[in-house]
Design a protein around this ligand. Structure first.
Ligand code: FEO
Ligand code: CA
Ligand code: CA
Length: 636
């Protein structure tokens, strides 16, 4: 989602370091270096071998191998999709259908409106009507984003549960109306948001949705549980005493070593608004607190209009004053048991969560890396207090018991993790409890002096333990800073982090292997902008999905990159006005799943995908199934 996260709400003034060496680091220099140097050389060039070696030793790697990947290149052997192939079928205009490398093929799975179970009502894009709210509650939602495939059993790469986020769908796309006119319209919109758990199987060489009693929708009105420090704090209680329900703006995702899915609530603020607000007089009965402003709440929100018919989302309704604190969390879902409620894990902090990549750190601890996607917001990690196996053996969730940290990047390629704890006097002067520190994690991070970043989106863990962060862009950055190598930064970059003590320490080193740009040392063919989704495979290949205006007439794209060599190849390009979101892969890595989100922005004159081009059928978000024609490993 790139339209609603563009505001700057961080007024902390945190800017702890400026351009010590980066003042002289022009974008051109970075590109030249990143093209010719290995990631190790790149970091070494700026922070010096001694620091690199020290950090490498701390990580348990031999000196000099800290950020190097497993192989020296040759990870990708497929024919890249050229700009000409991806843009030429209808001349100058962007394509209405996807394009893919000649070594690959794609298929479409579970578009918006697909019934969760075979035989149910389906919506297929007929512009003359929309699903009812009740139908939508049993159909795949819209705004496909983060996802993961959970194989039926460990060995299966042909059957399992696909968890898919439904980040958002604009009211005209979902309801066919400019604004909701009834509670039924609001319910339809709410049921299109959230996430789906869908059973899928490869039948006769083609993946399809199959029946399962565990298939389910989790939307705005589905009962959910809370756990962790905020759950029992009273902060989530409303005078209306309404039950805890729903998840919203489910953007990136994650998966745990114990087999559950994590869905991440991002721009939740925009669904709340003041029902008393009069746009002509610009007045209403609600006024934002400083903390609400820090999370971007406003009288008009994003214009969904839910507040007019559903008091939960009305900021002026005192009976639901704490409803807003029930969103902005990491939500854990059991993909294999449809009877289990989703659980919001409050120990992981409340912010505009993007993705959540989990590493198994020293002593078997679960360590989650999480971005807060807003201009000048922060990078976080959560470290479980003991091994995930021992906690679970005691009936405890590893995501309920641990410490939350926020990142401070230093100008010399090092960094520190600052713990968000009420035991820190800096936070104790602002807050009364750990629950408050977590519920207002952004404010805590401001007070601790965290480093403002360029919109941290997904994270992923490389096979050597390095953590990659996608920083999608920040056109309002005026000065370079630690972790942010250019100002302004319209196209974004990828940051690589080596976290000390096998993910559990409080220091790290960092470097920048890729700056998104027109080219990466080979002419224009590897142009990309606005990296968003990112996933590392066990061989060190990075899969990068983009969200934003691509150059050279390209639609948004899926790229494969080798951070050790700087090589980038385009695998797939989407349809007009879409965003490439999500990434999931089967255990044998022979099928991967990505999404086209908001194809055509819902406008049937731009694309009718996945329907054939007819100019009228409403385009629908859907999952794209990608396989190699020769049956090989995806990305190879
Ligand atoms: Fe939903 Fe930050 O992308
Ligand atoms: Ca984005
Ligand atoms: Ca995203």
């Amino acid at each position: 989602m790139h339209d609603h996260d563009s505001n700057v709400v961080n007024k902390s003034g945190n800017r702890p370091f400026e351009d010590i060496f980066r003042a002289s680091l022009s974008r051109r220099n970075v590109l030249k270096r990143s093209a010719v140097l290995s990631a190790t050389g790149f970091l070494g060039a700026f922070v010096g071998e001694s620091l690199l070696s020290k950090a490498a030793t701390a990580m348990g790697h031999p000196p000099g191998t800290l950020v190097a990947q497993a192989t020296g290149g040759g990870l990708m052997n497929f024919a890249p999709l050229s700009i000409a192939q991806a843009t030429s079928r209808d001349g100058e205009t962007k394509l209405a259908e996807p394009s893919i490398s000649s070594d690959y093929q794609y298929d479409v799975l579970i578009p918006w409106g697909t019934s969760l179970q075979p035989g149910g009502a389906e919506y297929t894009g007929n512009p003359s009507y929309r699903p009812t709210a009740a139908q939508q509650a049993n159909q795949v939602g819209i705004g496909h984003d983060g996802m993961w495939f959970f194989a039926k059993n460990e060995a299966s790469s042909t059957e399992g549960m696909l968890c898919v986020n439904h980040e958002f769908g604009r009211t005209p796309h979902v309801t066919g109306k400019d604004a909701p006119e009834s509670l039924e319209d609001v319910r339809l919109s709410q049921h299109a948001h959230g996430m789906s758990v869908v059973a899928i199987k490869k039948v006769g060489g083609k993946w399809e949705r199959i029946a399962s009693k565990h298939a389910r929708r989790i939307h705005l009105n589905t009962p959910v549980d809370f756990s962790g420090p905020v759950a029992s704090s009273g902060l989530l209680r409303n005078m209306a005493n309404n039950p805890t329900q729903g998840t919203v703006n489910n953007c990136g995702s994650g998966y745990t070593p114990w087999g559950t899915y994590l869905t991440c609530e991002e721009n939740f603020n925009g669904y709340f608004a003041d029902s008393t607000y009069n746009p002509e007089t610009q007045t209403g009965t609600w006024a934002a607190t400083e903390r609400q402003e820090r999370y971007g709440f406003s009288a008009t929100g994003f214009g969904y209009g839910w507040e007019k018919f559903d008091p939960r989302f009305d900021l002026s309704n005192a009976s639901y004053a704490n409803e807003q604190l029930r969103f902005g969390w990491i939500v854990e879902v059991d993909p294999m048991d449809g009877s289990k409620k989703a659980v919001k894990r409050t120990a992981m902090g409340r912010f505009k969560h993007e993705g959540c990549a989990i590493a198994v750190g020293k002593g078997g601890r679960a360590v989650a890396y999480m971005g807060d996607d807003q201009r000048f917001d922060y990078c976080y990690k959560f470290v479980s207090k003991a091994s995930w196996r021992s906690l679970r053996a005691r009936g405890l969730s590893p995501l309920d018991h641990g410490k939350l940290y926020v990142a401070k990047f230093n100008d010399n390629g090092t960094g520190e993790w600052l713990e968000i704890t009420i035991n820190n006097p800096m936070l104790a002067t602002e807050f009364n409890s750990q629950a408050e520190c977590l519920a207002y994690a952004r404010v805590s991070a401001d007070l601790l002096g965290a480093t403002p970043m360029d919109r941290p989106e997904w994270t992923t863990i490389a096979p050597n333990g390095d953590v990659f962060w996608a920083l999608t862009n920040n056109s309002r950055r005026t000065e370079v800073g630690p972790g942010s190598p250019q100002a302004p930064n319209p196209d974004g970059h990828i940051l690589q982090m080596a976290d000390a003590e096998k993910h559990t320490g409080t220091t790290f080193t960092w470097t920048i292997p890729f700056i998104a740009s027109d080219s990466h040392g080979d002419g224009d063919e590897t142009t990309f902008s606005d990296p968003d989704a990112i996933w590392s495979d066990p061989d060190g290949r990075l899969f990068i999905g983009t969200d934003g205006g691509q150059k050279k007439g390209l639609n948004n794209q899926l790229l494969v990159a080798d951070p050790a060599t700087g090589e980038i190849r385009r695998l797939f390009a989407g349809v007009a006005s879409d965003e490439i979101t999500g990434f999931a892969i089967t255990p044998d890595r022979k099928t991967c799943f990505i999404n086209t989100q908001h194809p055509g922005n819902g406008d049937p004159t731009r694309t009718n995908f996945p329907a054939a081009t007819d100019g009228v059928t409403i385009p629908r978000d859907c999952t794209i199934v990608i396989t190699r024609k020769d049956g090989g490993i995806i990305g190879s």
